[in-house]
Design a protein around this ligand. Structure first.
Ligand SMILES: [Zn+2]
Length: 470
């Protein structure tokens, strides 16, 4: 594993320097520019330094007929240093104006960076409000692995998906998972369309202008890659799980019949997950089933995963649900920690099988070692290509080792410590890092402390070892 100093770690030294300068001149403390990236090992320009966002209020107006988005983002953030300027990530679109604390701010754009210069420096520790008014036709991005993300349009609507950086195509923000915030996303669309986003639907109003407004509220912290906005002629059904979690499903009409059997099991899955991993981390659950052909993958967008057509396989729904604990509530500190998302979600599929008459987790593990695709269809997908905690590059963060070998790491821990300590570890991990961020180093230290076992061999061979484990 590679440790890189984040710019904000260097802040005390610089702050000390500024303090000395101030003492000499007797002037006020001056801000300095916030960093334009967080030096993520795979996406170094993603995110921005110098502040942490507390809340995003996104007001979006979208017309599927011409694909034009009019947006107003109000970003409430806390300055972690004195700021003479700071950056937001935004790809494409036209910025019409930026205000900071109600005063017009200067701004300029280079690549995917929107640099904002407030009229007055923002003092360290201050909570400040940035308003960005923008518009244009948002676009999709193509990732290093060839998959598409960002704002994706279909025949009769659009969807915003953002893993790892695509959310910058539809709103300005601090687009790195280490900066989580609460969200209120309001979407106006022509009458007849549904607009779906994360969290709870606060209200839906029909305007005199022939447009319908949907106000969505996400009180729990969310990484921006998990934000979504979906517009289209969806069929909506609502319900509750037995323990009272609200369920909101929006399904493309042509996928409705095929989606019904698997989505009908979602409430049961939420209850099962709560038993296995601890309380469900959010106030709402659900699903968005896109028209087939819109997207090539499912994504665990917070509280409402999106599916690329009817999820025929219940383990897919279980996988995206498991991310609500692992990835969405406990989020990675950097994209190098992706196995903490995908290894756990894959392992959750194995546990679901184990608890429902399918192969046990040990049988999945053995099948992967033996290449037996009858038991686990991913057994020949190349789980041994690289160690899960050290993908070679950004194009590898969604490859099989991050998923299958990540799950095998968890099974190896279970073999070492036994069921009782293992499930205590899994629940403890979800509870102690609930709504936070954690790294691979946090996990290995936590696992040893929690179970009282020395697990160095598991880390050396399974998590970091380049050779194929036997
Ligand atoms: Zn996943």
């Amino acid at each position: 594993m590679e440790h890189r100093a984040l710019p904000r770690l260097a802040a005390p030294a610089v702050a000390a320097l500024l303090a000395v300068t101030t003492a000499c001149t007797g002037g006020t403390v001056q801000g300095r520019p916030g960093a334009s990236g967080l030096r993520d090992p795979y996406f170094p320009k993603a995110g921005n330094g110098g502040y942490q966002v507390e809340h995003y209020a996104l007001d979006l107006d979208y017309d599927p007929a011409d694909g034009v988005l009019h947006g107003r983002a109000v970003i409430t953030a806390r300055a972690e240093q004195g700021l003479s300027s700071f950056n937001l990530d935004l790809s494409g679109l036209h910025v019409e104006g930026v205000d900071v604390d109600g005063e017009g701010a200067r701004f300029n754009r280079t690549g995917n960076e929107l640099t904002v210069r407030p009229a007055d420096d923002v003092k360290k520790g201050r909570v400040f409000r940035t308003e960005v008014v923008y518009s244009g036709r948002p676009k999709a991005l193509t990732d290093a692995d060839g998959s598409r993300e960002g704002w994706i349009t279909g025949e009769a609507g659009a969807v915003g998906v953002g893993e790892p950086v695509g959310s910058m195509t539809w709103f300005p923000g601090n687009h790195h998972p280490s900066d989580k915030a609460a969200y209120d996303i309001t979407i106006r669309v022509p009458r007849g369309y549904e607009a779906v986003s994360n969290g709870e639907l606060r209200f839906r109003t029909e305007g005199a202008d022939g447009r319908t407004q949907f106000a969505w509220h996400s009180p729990e912290p969310m990484a921006s890659y998990l934000a979504t906005a979906v517009v289209g002629p969806y069929k909506v059904t609502t319900g509750r799980t037995p323990s009272g979690v609200a369920v909101y499903n929006a399904v493309s009409p042509e996928e409705a019949a095929a989606s019904e059997p698997t989505l009908a099991r979602l409430p049961e899955m939420v209850e099962w997950g709560s038993g296995r991993f601890g309380p469900y981390p959010f106030g709402t659950a659900g699903a968005v089933v896109l028209p087939a052909g819109t997207l090539a993958y499912a994504l665990e967008t917070q509280t409402k995963p999106v599916y690329p057509g009817a999820p025929g396989d219940e383990s897919l729904v279980l996988h995206e649900l498991a991310h609500q604990w692992f990835g969405n509530s406990v989020s990675p500190k950097s994209w190098k920690d992706m196995w903490l998302n995908e290894g756990f979600a894959t392992y959750a599929e194995w546990l679901w099988d184990e608890d429902h008459g399918g192969p046990t987790a040990q049988e999945h593990f053995d099948a992967l070692l033996a290449g037996d695709t009858d038991v686990d269809e991913a057994a020949d997908a190349g789980w041994d290509a690289f160690p899960p905690a050290d993908p070679p590059g950004p194009e590898d963060i969604s490859a099989s080792p991050v998923y299958q070998r990540g799950a095998m790491v968890l099974q190896r821990i279970r073999q070492e410590v036994g069921d009782e300590k293992f499930f205590g570890l899994v629940r403890g991990w979800a509870a102690d890092h609930r709504h936070g961020n954690a790294s691979t180093a946090d996990f290995t230290a936590y696992a040893e402390e929690r179970t009282g076992h020395d697990l160095k061999k598991v880390w050396d061979v399974w998590l970091y070892g380049k050779a194929r484990p036997k």
